[in-house]
Design a binder for this molecule. Structure first.
Ligand code: GDP
Ligand code: MG
Length: 726
């Protein structure tokens, strides 16, 4: 018999520990996606416990249920329209006052609510004592203490949720929210009026609808229009009347008055339920900040952390990289002996393995990079980095907050662009979105490792660091340019919130890395595999070129001529001749293959676009690789892998040897790295830009701008380098 279903929605202020509790409750049984229509992360998990099939949904973090941001609209619509069986509001107990605002708004809805007082440990260490029983009584909502990162209180939370879900909804008298006399009378008058209109179908409960109308809530107004059709005009007119009356009475917008009253109520609650012990523990966070955000030390320490991040990414990543590499080589050697020579073998070895294999070895590097970024976020250091960067960011007319998405851009531009949602000003947001793709994302890393490792072997690390730094500089300069030309405006003053430092949770870091690996492997099995196969097919056909017979004839002639000479020579001379012959034949075969490749379909495409890339020192193969990189940056490497690696060459480092032989110079390699750093972000990023700016025009602009900058910079570096004689 299937178990009955209970749906639990988790809501709460950002940073209150929602995701932590979600992970604790669901373990790894979770699905990550986006909310329909918008790219706000949607997490869902399901468990089978206490005799129920329990579905848990992690709603986006929000400070209130007033529709100011996408997050808030999603959270509210979910609670109102999807009717979860229970809503758990995760409250940061160490920040009770601010968190109770959302909690208080939840009380006004007709839904089953539980309050989880999370961060109970932090509250305690700060000397706050919270009387949960009294809080629960005063608000008419069950309250459970939890410590999310230690998993404390999880069982009780789940049991309470199930218990509440089983009982029918009853709103105790204490849960009713009261406003001051004038507001209450406006509410009743509006309800009265709605009732007098006869049988109007309201989308939500009557009192709440009336309150939201008085607050001029645009979404509720729209819903009323949809739901009540012709009657809506009278209702909205009446609302306007009442709003005007309140306005003249208070000399302020009703929504502001109501917000004030809610805060007043919360302040009262706090007085009732919370006491601060006189003995306060020394505030650890503040002490740490004395060093980390110090005027002189802060910045060098920050640079050190970033340097350490790249150091970890490369040095530590090198070991697992070798193992995977050995695995790939082993596999291809094995397949080489197992498979009969022919098309199938070519397809698997030169297409699939040369392509996917050349990228998959970078999984450890990418994971380590994401690990470091997650560590910055989880410990609370990210906010300090933003704080430190504030002054530099002001140079481009942005504030430090914009630096968080930029730093996340080292991982992947898509979540970074989504992270700009925390910026209030639309212009700031667009500006930040436009410059974030210059922060070199992890997908470009394989390109640098291959090129820098091959051509700057001893200084590869420094070169890569310089490339990253160059991206940051271009990003900042572009920001300055956009601010003066395109998106003029003052940066709004703001206070950077510095959340307390926290021990990162290994469990959540691991879940994050697991998510990332899944995404990466999916990309490997999907778009990169398909890309490699396509590039292989286009480069393998046609099998012959016009010149093939010429080369073959030459090879045959040489073989004949040498055979005669070897016959007559004495043994040591014969040995020498044999070697000479082999060398000549190999040269001719390579030349034949090169001609053939140029004549292949991809060679023809490359030849067409080559003139564009010639001035920046990139040959037709590099051009093709860059072209394919638009789909995803890793494909640049897999394309190089397929195009350069000679047939059947299964040794590790094959790509590097091939690149060395190919006529690429350190200077043209550098030019290519710079081009890859700056040019068109990948398809996923371009569509994220279009979605988040709400206009395809910005995405198109970004494509044009980045490509122009990339070409220009690569040109300066390549031609400049040549003039200087490199
Ligand atoms: P969300 O924004 O609401 O999803 O918050 P997260 O789940 O990402 O949590 C923010 C941070 O708080 C993370 O670093 C957690 O490890 C930490 N955290 C969560 N719950 C607790 C808790 O009860 N006590 C302490 N000390 N830290 C917590
Ligand atoms: Mg979260």
């Amino acid at each position: 018999m299937p178990q009955p279903l209970i749906r639990i929605a988790l809501t709460g202020n950002p940073n209150s520990g929602k995701t932590t509790i979600f992970n604790q409750l669901t373990g790894t049984r979770q699905k990550v996606g986006n909310w329909p229509g918008v790219t706000v992360e949607k997490k869902e998990g399901e468990i089978f416990k206490l005799g129920y099939h329990i579905q848990i949904i992690d709603l986006p973090g929000t400070y209130s249920l007033t529709p100011f941001s996408t997050e808030e609209i999603i959270a509210r619509n979910f609670i109102l329209d999807e009717n979860p069986d229970v809503v758990i509001d995760i409250i940061d107990a160490s920040n009770l006052e601010r968190n109770l605002y959302l909690a208080n708004q939840l009380r006004e809805l007709d839904c089953k609510v539980i309050f989880a007082l999370n961060m109970a440990d932090v509250a305690k260490s700060r000397g706050y004592k919270i009387d949960a029983k009294k809080l629960s009584q005063l608000l008419g909502v069950p309250v459970v203490f939890t410590v999310g990162n230690k998993g404390q209180g999880m069982t009780e939370l789940l049991e309470t949720a199930v218990e509440v879900a089983q009982k029918p909804l009853s709103i105790p008298e204490e849960r009713r929210v009261r406003y001051s006399k004038d507001i209450e009378s406006a509410i009743s008058e509006l309800r009265e009026f709605i009732r007098s209109q006869g049988d109007v179908p309201l989308p939500y409960n009557q009192r709440w609808t009336a309150i939201k109308l008085l607050e001029d809530d645009r979404i509720v107004k729209d819903r009323i229009k949809e739901a009540t059709g012709g009657k809506s005009r009278e209702i909205l007119n009446k609302t306007e009347d009442l709003r005007r009356r309140l306005m003249s009475r208070f000399d302020d917008e009703p929504e502001i008055i109501m917000t004030d009253e809610r805060y007043g109520f919360i302040a009262g609650i706090i007085k009732e339920v919370m006491s601060t012990s006189t003995f306060q523990r020394i505030d650890m966070s503040r002490n740490i900040d004395l060093v980390l955000t110090n005027r002189f030390l802060g910045f060098p320490i920050f640079i050190f952390f970033i340097w350490a991040m790249f150091q970890i990414t490369f040095s530590l990543g090198a070991y697992p990289m070798e193992w995977i590499d050995a695995g790939v080589v082993g596999l291809s050697t094995l397949l080489d002996t197992l498979l009969p020579s022919g098309m199938l073998e070519d397809f698997i070895l030169d297409g699939v393995i040369a392509g996917v294999g050349s990228v998959i070895v970078f999984l450890p590097n990418i994971l380590l990079l994401f690990f470091c970024i997650a560590l910055f976020e989880d410990t609370g250091y990210m906010a300090r980095a933003a704080f430190l960067m504030d002054r530099i960011m002001h140079l481009i007319g942005l504030h430090g907050k914009s630096f968080i998405p930029m730093l996340m851009g080292f991982g992947c531009s898509v979540p970074a662009i989504m992270a700009t949602r925390t910026l209030e000003s639309r212009k700031d947001r667009i500006l930040t979105i436009l410059i974030t793709p210059f922060m070199s994302c992890s997908a470009r890393l394989p390109v640098y490792i291959v090129l820098a490792g091959t051509f700057f072997a001893a200084n590869a690390g420094t070169v890569i660091f310089a490339v990253y730094l160059f991206g940051v500089v271009v990003s900042i300069l572009s920001g300055r340019l956009f601010r003066t030309v395109l998106l003029r405006g003052e940066d709004a003053p703001f206070v950077m919130e510095l959340p307390p430092y926290r021990m990162p949770m290994i469990r959540s870091l691991l879940i994050h890395m697991w998510d990332r690996s899944k995404l990466f492997l999916k990309k490997m099995g999907g778009i990169i595999l398909a890309g490699s196969i396509l590039v292989w097919a286009l480069s393998s056909f046609p099998k012959e070129s016009r010149y093939s017979p010429v080369y073959e004839a030459q090879i045959a002639r040489i073989t004949g001529a040498y055979a005669a000479r070897i016959q007559t020579a004495d043994p040591p001379e014969a040995e020498r001749l044999k070697l000479e012959q082999e060398e000549l034949i190999q040269k001719l075969s390579l030349a034949k293959e090169a001609k053939r490749a140029e004549n292949s379909y991809i060679g023809r495409i490359g030849k067409v676009i080559e003139p564009v890339f010639q001035p920046i020192g990139i040959d037709w193969r590099g051009s093709v690789a860059l072209l394919t990189g638009f789909v995803a940056k890793e494909i640049v490497v897999s394309t190089l892998g397929v195009l350069y690696v000679a047939e059947g060459d299964a040794e590790s480092e094959a790509l590097r040897h091939a690149l060395k032989r190919s006529g690429i110079t350190p200077l043209s390699a550098l030019s290519m790295m710079i081009f890859v750093l700056l040019y068109i972000p990948c398809l996923a990023t371009v569509s994220a830009i279009a979605r988040e700016t709400g206009s395809a025009r910005w995405a198109v602009f970004n494509i044009g701008y980045t490509t122009a900058v990339a070409w220009g910079m690569a040109f300066i570096i390549y031609q400049g380098g040549r003039i200087l004689g490199f």
